[in-house]
Ligand binder design. Structure first.
Ligand SMILES: C[S@@+](CC[C@H](N)C(=O)[O-])C[C@H]1O[C@@H](n2cnc3c(N)ncnc32)[C@H](O)[C@@H]1O
Length: 253
């Protein structure tokens, strides 16, 4: 099946705002997730949806992990390779990981799970490649007003915001795929700061959204902004560990 690429993340303005990263929270959130997970230097780490590999470089050069990153965007990967020749970046999707069962000590998904069309399938792949003591480190968007999230699915582009679900739904997803959530922390302030930087860059959020779709324009931007407002998007950091066989495997689903 062809992989749907999220063109939104190929917009260079997002990388400028994130200091090379394409999401809120910077490397501070990566550090916090690593500290909670207690993963040790030398461990095998997979960064799913790694973009240009800015966090991956940090994991290898500053933390001593044996890390590898995958992303389906050839544009982001080639930019990452040009910046950091030799960085282990591979073209792949989170729903079909090119790694053996139990070959990783940690899987990192920094604002990339909610972008995928089948999050459960991606979580199933995380479960498969993680060792039994392995940890899943996630930060992502969630809907702080879940009834408002339905409007996000109608938006004319795909992004982590359009895939936002409630905290309860996220936890249900993790548990349904065989994980125990050992840590959950709200980091919505980081999302607000990211939005503030977008406003600083584009004048207003409507302008940014308006130029991020196939049918650009301020009116479209205002529609997107209003849907976001109803869902009250927040940002979370979570760490989960393998608990047992995923629900789907247990029930034969
Ligand atoms: C919000 S960006 C985060 C990028 C990076 N993790 C970071 O911290 O800067 C989401 C990333 O997920 C990637 N992505 C989109 N669909 C994907 C999929 N099906 N599997 C894996 N990654 C995907 C995008 O290309 C993009 O690089």
């Amino acid at each position: 099946m062809p992989v749907e690429i999220c063109r939104l993340y190929e917009n260079p303005s997002l990388r400028e705002i994130g200091g090379g990263l394409i999401r809120p929270g910077g490397l501070e959130l990566t550090k916090k997730a690593l500290a909670v997970s207690a993963l040790k230097p030398g461990g095998r780490l997979l960064d799913i949806g790694c973009g240009t590999g800015a966090a991956l470089r940090y994991l290898i050069d500053h933390c001593g992990f044996r890390a590898v990153g995958i992303d389906p965007s050839m544009l982001l990967l080639s930019e990452g390779r040009a910046k950091n020749p030799g960085l282990p970046l591979a073209g792949a999707t989170g729903t079909l990981l090119p790694f053996a069962d139990r070959s990783m000590d940690g899987v990192l998904a920094e604002c990339s799970l909610s972008v995928m069309s089948d999050v459960e399938e991606a979580l199933g792949e995380c479960f498969r490649v993680l060792d039994s003591e392995g940890a899943l480190l996630i930060h992502d968007v969630y809907a702080r007003n879940p009834p408002g999230a339905a409007g996000l699915r109608e938006l004319p582009f795909k992004s982590c915001l359009t895939g936002a679900v409630s905290k309860e739904q996220w936890i249900e997803r993790f548990e349904g795929c065989g994980f125990n959530v050992i840590f959950w922390e709200d980091h919505s302030r980081a999302l607000k700061e990211f939005a503030a930087r977008l406003i600083f860059e584009h004048g207003r959020l409507e302008t940014f959204w308006g130029c991020s779709t196939e049918t650009p324009g301020l009116e479209q931007g205002a529609r997107i902004q209003s849907a976001l407002f109803s869902a009250r998007p927040g940002y979370f950091l979570a760490v989960a560990r393998k608990a047992g066989e995923p629900f789907s495997a247990r029930s034969g689903r």
